[in-house]
Design a protein around this ligand. Structure first.
Ligand code: ZN
Ligand code: ZN
Length: 351
């Protein structure tokens, strides 16, 4: 499946009228990639309201632009080359220093216009080519977990388990891990974003692993919590509650649903069980060219979900000094019900 970059730029061009700018100077590297296919650390693309575009990059990347379907120019100062009177810029992607410098070059009354997440809003809804890449990233993630699971045993450190997952994902064809892999054993599981340490896994530990593969720029995100040895009653109860909450969140994931209502579907079960204070992060986030992108699911998040939006559902309960459980899948919204991308079982795995 090939990606239709001109169609993406046409969608952006159509969105510019609402912002009353003649063109948008795109400088976010991820957004430049999305609109042109160029992967670089120094490039910008000017997309005009008529749909035409000009890409600028320096001599390290200019040869790569020849294969792209966009006009490109070589310029060491990519934004200086493309900035013009009244042009919109991505406020979140440009430093104040760069903004001032470019405005000085344009003169009085002709300044750049800082805009919000215009391209990010277009990126939230994926085309089928993108969904196929995320599906593959998730399949690599599932496979790496299946391959590493038999190796997980008491005596291994959290860092060793993280390394096994990272190496296996890369061996299977991932670009690299989608983010810093989390492995949290026992009491460390009470910290939602615990960084792996030299703590050894022990019998009786709940072990939470949050990881994912990146494949051709697209991200997967999955969390599973397993138990080393027979779970205690409280561990099984905690797991069952998170699992039910995660299922409720997944079922609420329909085009048209409000972001906060999806969050509430899962959070309500956790609150009703008296663990509201032990679940203090949002329910999920969009995934795509970035690991965390629009839309976000949380109690105060506004907006409605659209069709073809890849998103995570990841409730967790964290008991200070005891441990925690989180279960996370990557799915995509579909009319008629979400498609599950991460397919690893959600039964409590007892190792
Ligand atoms: Zn995750
Ligand atoms: Zn996540």
């Amino acid at each position: 499946m090939t990606i239709d970059y001109p169609a993406r730029r046409a969608r952006l061009a159509a969105a510019l009228a609402a912002h009353e700018v003649p063109a948008l100077l795109v400088t976010s590297p991820v957004n430049v990639r999305y609109l042109t296919g160029l992967v670089s650390s120094n490039a910008a693309v000017l997309v005009r309201a008529d749909g035409s575009a000009l890409l600028a990059t320096d001599n390290r990347y200019i040869d790569m632009t020849r294969a792209l379907d966009v006009t490109a120019v070589e310029a060491p100062d990519v934004t200086g080359r493309l900035a013009g009177p009244g042009v919109g810029i991505e406020a979140a992607a440009m430093s104040v220093a760069a903004f001032r410098r470019l405005n000085e070059g344009l003169g009085e009354g002709a300044g750049l216009v800082p805009l919000g997440p215009v391209v990010e809003e277009l990126r939230a809804v994926k085309d089928e080519a993108e969904l196929e890449l995320i599906r593959t990233a998730c399949a690599l993630t599932d496979q790496a977990f299946a391959d590493v699971l038999p190796l997980i045993a008491p005596g291994l450190t959290e860092r060793a388990v993280a390394r096994l997952l990272d190496n296996r994902m890369t061996e299977l064809g991932a670009d690299k891990p989608a983010f810093d892999t989390i492995v949290a054993a026992g009491e460390n599981g009470a910290i939602p974003h615990h960084a792996p340490t030299d703590r050894e896994l022990r019998a009786g530990d709940l072990v939470t692993m949050d990881f994912g593969a990146r494949y051709r720029g697209y991200h997967a995100d999955m969390t599973r919590t397993v138990c080393l040895g027979e779970p205690a009653g409280w561990q099984r109860d905690l797991y069952d509650l998170v699992r039910r909450a995660q299922g409720a969140g997944r079922h609420a994931l329909t085009p048209g649903a409000e972001a906060k209502d999806v969050d509430a579907a899962a959070r309500g079960l956790i609150e009703a069980a008296g663990h509201g204070d032990h679940f203090r992060h949002g329910l999920g986030h969009g995934v795509g060219l970035e690991i965390h992108e629009d839309p976000f699911l949380g109690p105060s998040r506004t907006g409605r979900l659209e069709d073809r939006v890849p998103i995570t559902v990841e409730p967790g309960i964290y008991l200070p000094e005891r441990g925690g459980v989180r279960i996370e899948d990557t799915l995509v919204t579909r009319e008629g019900g979400p498609e599950l991308f991460t397919k690893t079982t959600k039964e409590l795995l007892v190792l």
